[in-house]
Ligand binder design. Sequence first.
Ligand code: HOZ
Length: 430
Amino acid sequence: MQHHLLSTKFFEKAKHMIPGGVNSPVRACKSVGAEPIFVEYGSGSWIWDVDGNSYLDFVCSWGPLILGHCHPEVVTAVKKAAETGSSFGIPTWNEVKLAEMIVQAVPSIEKVRLVNSGTEATMSAVRLARGYTGRKKIIKFNGCYHGHADSFLVKAGSGVATLGIPGSPGVPEEIVQNTVAVPFNDKKILQEVLDKEGDDVACIIVEPVPANMGVVLPDDDFLPFLRKITEDRGIVLIFDEVITGFRLSLGGAQDYFDIMPDLTCLGKIIGGGLPVGAYGGRSEIMDHIAPDGPVYQAGTLSGNPIATAAGIKTLEILSRPGTYESLQNKMDYLAEELKVLGKKYGIKCTIQKVASMMTCFFGQDGPIKNFDQASKSDTEFYGKYFRQMLQNGVYIAPSQFEAAFVSLAHSWDDLDFAIEATESSFKVLA
Ligand code: HOZ
């Protein structure tokens, strides 16, 4: 039987100095009726907490660790970079190398600017879209999460959905009135909004496969529709590929679905576990960014040499033959076995997956196509499931509205371990 004495002690202490004891809200595990574990270290697909318990990890730092924890080649690259200087605020060759790898892999990106996080990437991309079009409004989709910049905190997913808060105090009305949120996969409502306000719309920003309301797949004609209506109206189409970039394929969701946006936001995997974000797209648009153009955006640590070293090595490993097939096969196996177990124990759940990410929506017959439907999931059951899985040595996201990620480090034995842990959990909860 596990105990979490030291984690509890650390959390108590943390709460005195850090709001809620955590540096990002979902980590507090509130919505699953638990307290956070404090991690001591990770290796491959496993993490160990400060009380000596081990867990098979399906959070993988919320997506970046597609190679697992402490991949030896990434560790070597990071060590080597650290020995030659951690930050200069002067260009380094690593920035060019990472930019080149991104431009080569992501089909719609001709030029790319490196930043430090996904939030920075999305807020900068929207500023660029506004600067480029001279228009103010942006359209986003309910349940999609694009980081925590003011304009995006309207019907957002991830932690905002997890905690059930409508938006956020501190975001001025004048800012959110320029953000229109519409249901994902609903062409009719979007068309109506555009017929009314289309001439004022600078951009439509979308997670091509939303993963912050749980994993929700776009209808076959939805992304092509977005591409067509934005093109027709001179609206910039932004794909937020912070999660799907280098996850669905080397070229991200745009390559997977063969739909080219005007701008793309990246984060997570391109930093190999260190803080890197990026936004890029057609040169004609990107050339509006300072110093070439008037749209301002800057950052002291942007293109950081250690973070870019981790990113370069990660992308290099991902581009070796067979990586995406291996990830896909493992996720297919896991999802199929979970489906069988759901049936066996009479647990109503809908599993939605693409490539190596998935969500199991409890209490649902599915398919889940938008945030309204996702939010009808049985979150109380999810909480119980989370706690059982933790006891059984598996760490899944402490929220129904996130994704589970399989990494290259997950072995077939690991997957069988997760399947057994799920069976034990379902037995108790059925
Ligand atoms: N917004 C992140 C998940 N989509 C959570 C980040 C974190 O808590 O570390």
